[in-house]
Design a protein. Structure first.
Length: 216
């Protein structure tokens, strides 16, 4: 039985922002999409992807930002989030996240330019024995375990060249956002986030994608 009702046909609507909404409500969640500068597939580099998600899931970030779900794709980040304290607004917290992750990007860019090497997923992975695979499958399907990116074969992963890291900017200036209205809206956005890597052809099941997560 799938975790999210509605698989495999998630829907999401691009609706207007709520009138007068100030992004400070601790009760509201917002679905956000942050896109890389020029849509470069920078997060196809495993080391950069890991460091960006480590920043998102750090104690410092989670103390201020309520992260409900996320999925980091090669050229964008889907995020379902809100604020934990009304004295902060979500755009301010996202600005801090953008600033810090841009510094991580600069550091990784220097390493790549100097070495002329990027870190991409393996093209083939050693299979687990059947007993070990059965033990792992249950926790994976219930989202109680996550595969490491080095241990999963991601199909159709975009090619990545070192010269893509020569530009200074990591993120586009604006992000796309949608205020969650009700439980149905919430479920549709959770489905959308979970199914995004499947629709892109990277994995056959959303639970196999190493850069998707759900927090409660």
């Amino acid at each position: 039985m799938p975790l999210f009702p509605g698989f495999p046909h998630p829907r999401r609507y691009n609706t207007l922002r709520l009138l007068g909404y100030g992004y400070k409500s601790v009760l509201k969640l917002c679905a956000l999409t942050m896109v890389t500068d020029l849509r470069r597939t920078l997060f196809a580099d495993l080391k950069l992807a890991k460091s960006v998600l480590a920043s998102l899931l750090s104690d410092q970030t989670l103390a201020l930002m309520r992260v409900r779900a996320f999925s980091l794709m090669p050229d964008h980040l889907h995020l379902l989030a809100g604020v934990r304290q009304p004295e902060f607004n979500l755009p301010t917290l996202l600005g801090r996240f953008e600033s810090f992750t841009t510094q991580l990007y600069w550091k990784r860019s220097r390493e790549i330019v100097e070495s002329q090497q990027v870190c991409v997923p393996p093209t083939s992975v050693a299979r687990s024995d059947p007993q070990e695979a059965r033990l792992l499958l249950g926790p994976l399907m219930e989202w109680r375990a996550t595969l490491r990116p080095e241990m999963v074969e991601l199909k159709n992963w975009p090619s990545l060249k070192p010269d893509q890291f020569l530009r200074k900017r990591l993120w586009q200036k604006k992000f796309f956002d949608h205020i969650i209205r009700n439980d149905t809206d919430l479920q549709e956005n959770l489905d959308y986030i979970a199914m995004n890597p499947v629709k892109a052809g990277y994995v056959t099941r959303p639970q196999f994608y190493p850069y998707t997560g759900f927090l409660y």
